[in-house]
Design a protein around this ligand. Structure first.
Ligand SMILES: C[S@@+](CC[C@H](N)C(=O)[O-])C[C@H]1O[C@@H](n2cnc3c(N)ncnc32)[C@H](O)[C@@H]1O
Length: 228
């Protein structure tokens, strides 16, 4: 492990999660977005190349072993790209539908959850997700929209800490800051780790909605009194 940064209630590790996870205690929930193993980063589009993205290898392989360990060790788990992993059947999928997408791109992304709950859908246009990335000075090529990750956290209500062992540019961490949750993030690539540190610091500088852990989690109402 080469670096640990403590920013507010967020602890960020630069290094390989295979080495760092065994050193951590139990967390309340894992919300993560691992490499899907589809070679996405190896083939930047013309637009991405024009914006400085070079071919990378971080998405060449699925971390099947890590995902298995996480699911075995934690009760509340959300895994984006869960359809690319060998996970047990679940009722509770989370779906991001991408409106206004180019026909060559997928219309949705799926997150597997360990929770026995109804499947839910979140709608956000690709255009607005891209605009969110453009507003930042340097972004992760597969950065998730912040509102999507805040929505996810509503399905694993606090107040305990949330772990993201594949944090990329730290979107899960920023969502945790906004919702007053402690966060533990791990990222192997120094450039993405630096972006995550910067984004989480910036999030702490913003005026906060809550000074105390939120009594009622975002979107919890969706889970109340609904049938399957
Ligand atoms: C799909 S991206 C996550 C993007 C993130 N959701 C965001 O919004 O920025 C997956 C990340 O996992 C990182 N990664 C891959 N293998 C890793 C490992 N063994 N340990 C830690 N990080 C790893 C990659 O460098 C990549 O940044």
């Amino acid at each position: 492990m080469s670096r640990i940064e403590k920013i507010g209630d967020a602890t960020l590790y630069l290094g390989d999660c295979r080495e760092i996870l065994p050193t951590l205690g139990k967390v309340d929930a894992v919300v993560t977005d691992p490499p899907y193993g589809i070679g996405f980063a190896a083939q930047p589009t013309r637009y991405q190349r024009a914006n400085g993205m070079k071919a990378q290898t971080w998405d060449d392989q699925r971390p099947l072993d890590v995902v298995d360990q996480i699911v075995a060790a934690h009760e509340r788990v959300i895994i984006w790209g869960g359809n690319y992993f060998d996970l047990r059947p679940t009722r509770g999928w989370l779906i991001w539908t991408k409106t206004g997408n180019a026909p060559s791109m997928a219309d949705l992304e799926m997150a597997w959850t360990s929770m026995d709950m109804n499947s839910r859908r979140f709608e956000k246009s690709v255009k607005s997700a891209s605009r969110e990335k453009d507003l930042q000075n340097g972004a992760h090529p597969s950065q998730k929209p912040l509102a999507l990750m805040e929505w996810c956290l509503g399905f694993v209500p606090g107040p305990g800490a949330v772990l993201d062992p594949f944090m990329g540019s730290g979107t899960t961490g920023v969502a945790c800051v906004n919702l007053n949750r402690a966060f533990i993030g791990i990222e192997r690539e120094p450039a993405y780790f630096d972006i995550a540190c910067r984004r989480i610091e910036e999030a702490y500088r913003q005026p906060r909605l809550f000074d105390e852990p939120s009594a009622k989690p975002v979107q919890q109402s969706l889970l109340d009194g609904v049938d399957g």
